[in-house]
Write a protein that binds this ligand. Structure first.
Ligand code: B12
Ligand code: SF4
Length: 461
């Protein structure tokens, strides 16, 4: 039996951070608890006093695990959370040294997984875990000293408990988060990496060995009931793509309808294909808050460049079905991908103007390049170079083209602010070493380095 402290770094107060319920680290804690280890989760939303008084470190822990959910902040004016993680880890190290304690320090979480090796070094950890953390943390807790000073990262493995164990979160933690940010909580329905291969998306890498477990519906039902009892009314199914396996997605929607929990709404990332009439009809009156799809461009050539496995034809069919069933739709578009030019912006804008309602467009400019993606390979950038946001190089005229081409009903004050901030940030940016490899001659392309920005990566960014 080991004593394991888990620290939710995503709950640190940081510019551009809005802490959300820490389901990832709760999965890890649940697995450790069930195996008989003594655990504590330090979450600064639930226990803000822990930020100033590091007393909680003094409890003779064998292992301390740090979870990093996000590397990048939500808003465009901030650049990265990394510096704050580094400075917090230094405080922790100093406090442990002061007390003469030397537990095994472990890193994990989705943001961490993207930059595992780099973060193990920068945070001074003993070891990191990429992907699902339960099994490796159980290994570490079984024999902590054998992981001391190990360095580098370990690959997470399949966790069988996903199929049997109902996650029920501590009441105090739930209570702390039901008050925050409209209280939306994540729920996993599957452990199956997305089958698509979008050039900017790192999900397959960070989700690791998720061979395809579908959570049994009775286990899922118990989890959702518990969440509802605790006061949450909004859930987000965390799959990369909720309906990539349509049959199972239908079962989950039916489950939510059958549970008929008062006031419960839900959302998820969807794909326009597969999406049939029956699914469209089922979604109606299911409490779905937003059917979010991410074609990212609405120009077929660009969609191919981005690696999308569907075309504008499928988006049109999806919209027809959504209209028929009165579904609330959100369509994510990110301008500035590989090959974006005057013509492709015009085509996307035309599709948007002709097909979307005013509140249905979610728009960003610029693709944040993440490790292990095709975009990173194209830039020839290694992980260290990408830790602070680097955006795929694009023509700065994209900003003007968007304003020229989009109907004025989409050009809201908020959008203008975002575009202006993006353009101002872009002007400050220098050409990075890797840029000449992708910039056609005669055009000015810039990487938005060292600035946080709108561009998404992955359906679930
Ligand atoms: C669902 C999701 C969302 C939902 C979350 C809904 C909710 N209330 O939970 C929404 C849409 C709100 C969202 C928003 C954002 N997201 Co998001 N999101 C995801 C997604 C798809 C799944 C995350 C998830 O919950 N998985 C299920 C849980 C159970 O798994 P997990 O957290 O990974 O935990 C496992 C392991 O990581 C590990 N683990 C976790 N902690 C620890 C600790 C230790 C010690 C160890 C050893 C292991 C370990 O074990 C866990 C169990 O197996 C991921 C991408 C992905 N495929 O992972 C992006 C992702 C986490 N999001 C990301 C980003 C950037 C954001 C936003 C900042 C985007 C934006 N600009 O608005 C916001 C921030 C939200 C916030 N307030 O923090 C990035 C983070 C990396 C980065 N670039 O910084 C990711 C990785 C996507 C990407 N672009 O690559 N997101
Ligand atoms: S962006 Fe979405 S569809 Fe594309 S690979 Fe990532 S999760 Fe899959």
């Amino acid at each position: 039996m080991s004593r394991v402290l888990l620290v939710n770094l995503a709950s640190l107060p940081m510019d551009g951070n809005q802490p959300i319920f820490p389901i990832g680290v709760r999965c890890v804690q649940d697995a450790l608890d069930r195996a008989g280890h003594v655990t504590r989760l330090m979450d600064f939303v639930a226990e803000p006093a822990g930020l100033t008084d590091l007393e909680w470190l003094g409890d003779a822990w064998d292992v301390i695990g740090f979870t990093i959910r996000n590397i990048d902040p939500i808003d465009i004016t901030c650049s990265t959370h990394v510096d704050e993680y580094v400075s917090f880890a230094k405080r922790v190290r100093a406090e442990l040294d002061r007390r003469g304690l030397d537990p095994v320090l472990v890193g994990g979480g989705p943001g961490f997984s993207l930059f595992g090796d780099t973060l193990v070094d920068r945070l001074g950890l003993d070891v990191g875990v990429i992907g699902p953390g339960e099994q490796v943390m159980l290994d570490i807790a079984t024999d902590p000293r054998s992981f001391k000073g190990r360095g580098g990262v370990l690959q997470g493995r399949r966790h069988c408990g996903f199929l049997t164990d109902t996650l029920s979160h501590p009441a105090s933690l739930m209570a702390a988060y039901t008050n925050a940010h409209q209280a939306m909580i994540g729920v996993e329905t599957r452990r199956k990496t997305c089958y698509q291969t979008c050039g900017y998306c790192p999900y397959a890498y960070i989700e690791g060995d998720n061979a395809g477990d579908l959570k049994p519906l009775d286990v899922l039902a118990d989890e959702i009931r518990g969440i509802h009892r605790a006061g949450f009314r909004r859930i987000f199914f965390t799959d990369g793509i909720f309906n990539s396996e349509l049959r199972f997605a239908k079962e989950v929607v039916q489950l939510v309808k059958d549970l008929a929990l008062d006031g419960l709404t839900w959302s998820a990332y969807f794909t326009p294909k597969p999406f049939d009439d029956e699914f469209g009809e089922m979604l109606q009156d299911s409490g779905v808050e937003a059917v979010v799809v991410s074609p990212d461009s609405l120009d077929d050539t660009m969609m191919r460049n981005l690696g999308k496995s569907f075309s504008t034809r499928h988006v049109s069919r999806f919209l027809e079905r959504s209209r028929k069933n009165d579904l609330p739709v959100k369509v994510n578009v990110v301008f500035g991908g590989p090959g974006e030019d005057r013509e492709s912006v015009r085509n996307s804008a035309r599709f948007i103007n002709e097909n979307l309602r005013d509140d249905e467009l979610v728009m960003h400019v610029g693709y944040r390049v993440l490790p292990e993606t095709n975009l990173a390979k194209q830039l020839g950038a290694d992980d260290d170079q990408l830790l602070y946001p680097v955006f795929y190089p694009f023509d700065l005229d994209v900003f003007n083209w968007i304003i020229q081409d989009l109907d004025s009903r989409f050009i809201t004050p908020q959008l203008m602010m975002n575009l202006m901030a993006g353009r101002a940030a872009a002007r400050k940016m220098a050409r990075t070493e890797a840029m000449p490899a992708v910039a056609p001659p005669g055009r000015t392309y810039l990487a938005l380095a060292s600035v946080g920005g709108g561009g998404g990566s992955g359906c679930g960014d």
